[in-house]
Design a protein. Sequence first.
Length: 43
Amino acid sequence: MNFFRLGVLCGYLENEVGIAYNEDQRTATAVYYTDPSDLFLNG
């Protein structure tokens, strides 16, 4: 049940609010912590 709620929340944030992953970073093999806007929702 909690997994379903998480899926609904993720769908809402992506479709209605517009928060989504950067497409160019979906296939990244490493994370570089140089740009905070890539790491947090406010970015």
